[in-house]
Ligand binder design. Structure first.
Ligand code: ADP
Ligand code: MG
Length: 633
């Protein structure tokens, strides 16, 4: 039994999941609703409480100013990086934002940074895991896209910390997917990971040597995915409705939301069926009905899925490989459930892709495998190192505003490299180190990651000082830079705090804030749990009334029960969990004799105030967790 459980988390643009290693195989931990996927949607309700996942989705339509999705697109980015995202997505930035500041998103009257919003999602996943294990979970492995830069990785780590998770490792998503398929056991080969999710497409080429993964090339399109398919079908439906029913619904957000739901259902149905019917209720008593065959669907989406071909070819080219040299193809992302997408991938790489695992779960499953390795739980993979590449070159600005690259793009990480420099002016005491990321020649065209000064160099003629600049990218892809003047031994170093990252103090404050929210969340949960319990008791009472035992009660007893029942029904509607609990207890006491009379039945169990889970099981409703829990403890 693991002493300290480490979970694996896929923090996705569209959906997020948490998984863990159960014996030899990784499994996804479902949420309270029994679903594995937690939509990456966060909302702030009317009482300023945070809502995450499926429950938050309705806010996107009803009160969009209180909800946000696709927050992953803003992680570790600054105002000038996200102009395109602002065109395409309804992000509501705080009004008082200035260039160079950490972004803040408005939800209701509050503002939150992207790491804080991601932290809300992570906390939901953490809670799901804690509920599942019935024990605290404080450590996690979190996945990130292979192309995430330093700032984006830092922001993800910050999100983990804010959520109360120690992030033991950030793992690249394609690496995680390959691990889930156990491809490391193959020892050698080339793996292509094709990831078509909700809004993004990523292709990664990994090289496996002696059981070690190395990401040798990445490419993709940050605005390509299942959403494009949905939007295309929505547009067709809206045009049809205008033509057939002479109704313009394009600006009716509720109807558009209904259409969206219907087209997603249609799309998903067509992944397993050859035809399906769309049937949508419209205003003015009108309907939209249309049969759509898989063939028609495939024709419609062909231009969308064809857009994945270019990046795949480019990645192969960057890796210096021909399609025939690919040994394994892994499918990731919900949109790869579409048979036409699978066919395209097979054609592109001349190989049948792996499809045994659910493509929208495979990254989380791999994260759980990595978590298990880090926890020392697996012998087979104990010695396995996971190598990734840095997606962009890293260097410093040198005289004349020129970029000098120190670690080149697509270098395997962990990586380190050292370059030597000298001074420009006689008696120069300080050297400004400006850390850059990017492929461009001029410093001004690269992304500025950090600046620091190496100070106190003793007076020397220009060109005499010998300054060693060392870059180290750790296993998480985070950069540490140090500079040292070798003659004097003066040195200076930093862990790069990205330009749009949070300072340690900010992260600390956010952790404190999140505790405030935790309290609110906790209170809310207690109300919900009390209400659920009340429902169980009330339902059991209904059954009790129909049982022979009811007839054995005196009319006074029955009257008393009716009064207590009414009281519980009333308090249940209020927000005071302790009042609900009291009413439950009173009804429990009041029905004690009834329960005794019915002792042998599940209803009796519930009325005697056994906990909800047991009562539920007794009644045969579908709650799977307690059964599984016993196995996993
Ligand atoms: P992300 O990695 O972007 O968070 P996912 O991997 O969860 O997202 O993929 C979500 C996308 O997959 C959505 O666009 C969803 O509609 C789509 N999807 C899920 N299941 C199917 C299916 N059976 N057929 C087609 N598309 C699907
Ligand atoms: Mg994904």
């Amino acid at each position: 039994m693991a002493t300290d459980r480490i979970v694996g988390i896929d923090l996705g643009t569209t959906n997020s999941l948490v998984a863990f290693m159960q014996g030899e195989s990784p499994v996804v931990i479902p949420g309270e609703d029994g679903l594995n996927l937690v939509p990456s949607v966060v909302a702030l309700d009317e009482r300023d409480q945070i809502i995450v996942g499926n429950a938050a989705r309705k806010y996107l339509i009803e009160t969009p100013e209180r909800a946000v999705y696709s927050i992953k697109r803003l992680m570790g980015r600054g105002l000038e990086d996200i102009q395109e995202e602002l065109q395409l997505f309804p992000f509501r930035l705080a009004e008082d934002l200035h260039a160079g500041e950490v972004l803040r998103i408005t939800l209701g009257k509050k503002t939150f940074t992207p790491p804080e919003i991601s932290a809300f999602i992570l906390r939901q996943l953490k809670r799901n895991a804690e509920r599942f294990f019935n024990a605290p979970v404080n450590k996690a492995v979190i996945t990130v896209p292979a192309y995430f830069n330093d700032a984006q990785r830092q922001a993800t780590k910050d999100a983990g910390r804010i959520a109360g998770l120690e992030v033991l490792r950030l793992v690249n998503e394609p690496t995680a997917a390959s691990l889930a398929y156990g491809l490391d056991k193959k020892q050698n080969g080339i793996v292509a990971v094709y990831d078509l999710g909700g809004g993004t497409f990523d292709i990664s080429i990994l090289k496996l040597h002696d059981g070690i993964f190395e990401v040798i090339a990445t490419n993709g399109d940050t605005h390509l995915g299942g959403d494009d398919i949905d939007n295309l079908l929505i547009k067709i439906a809206i045009d049809d409705i205008l033509g057939d029913a002479n109704l313009d619904v394009s600006r009716n957000s509720e109807v558009v939301a209904t259409i969206r739901k219907a087209v997603i259902e249609t799309k998903i149905a067509l992944s397993s069926e050859s035809a399906t019917e769309m049937d949508i209720e419209l205003p003015q008593g009108k309907r939209y009905q249309r049969e759509i065959t898989r063939e028609q669907f495939e024709q419609l989406i062909q231009p969308i899925i064809d857009r994945t071909v270019g990046p795949c070819k480019q990645a192969l080219k960057d890796a210096g490989l021909k399609p025939a040299q690919i040994d394994e193809v892994v499918l990731v992302g919900g949109s790869t459930r579409i048979p036409k997408v699978r066919a395209l991938v097979e054609e592109l790489f001349q190989r049948k892709p792996h499809t045994d695992l659910n493509p929208d779960e495979v990254v989380a499953l791999g994260a759980a495998v990595q978590a298990n390795i880090l926890g020392g739980g697996s012998e087979a993979t104990e010695n396995m190192l996971l190598l990734d590449v840095t997606p962009l070159s890293l260097g410093i600005e040198v005289a004349g505003g020129v970029t000098d690259k120190i670690i080149l793009r697509n270098s395997t990480i962990p990586a380190s490299a050292t370059q030597y420099y000298t001074t420009q002016i006689d008696g120069q005491a300080n050297v400004a180190i400006h850390v850059l990321q990017g492929e461009r020649e001029l410093a001004k065209d690269c992304r500025s990651l950090a600046r620091f000064d190496l100070k106190g160099i003793p007076p020397m003629t220009a060109g005499m000082a010998r300054i060693e600049v060392k870059f180290l990218i750790d296993a998480n892809g985070i950069l540490h830079v140090s500079a040292r003047e070798q003659r004097s031994g003066k040195e200076s170093e930093i862990e790069v705090q990205p330009s749009y990252g949070l300072t340690d103090d900010q992260v600390e404050n956010m952790i404190l804030d999140s505790f405030d929210f935790a309290e609110e969340d906790f209170r809310r949960r207690q109300v919900i749990e009390a209400r659920n319990e009340a429902d169980t008791i009330l339902a059991a009472l209904e059954k009790g009334k129909k049982s022979p035992a009811w007839g054995q009660l005196t009319s006074d007893e029955k009257k008393k029960i009716a009064k207590l029942e009414k009281a519980l029904v009333q308090t249940k509607g209020e927000d005071d969990y302790s009042a609900i609990r009291t009413a439950i207890d009173l009804l429990n006491q009041g029905t004690m004799r009834l329960a005794e009379l019915m002792m042998d039945t599940a209803v009796g169990t519930a009325l005697k105030g056994k906990n909800m889970d047991e009562a539920d099981m007794g009644e045969g409703t579908e709650t799977g967790h307690p059964v599984a829990r016993a196995d996993f403890e």
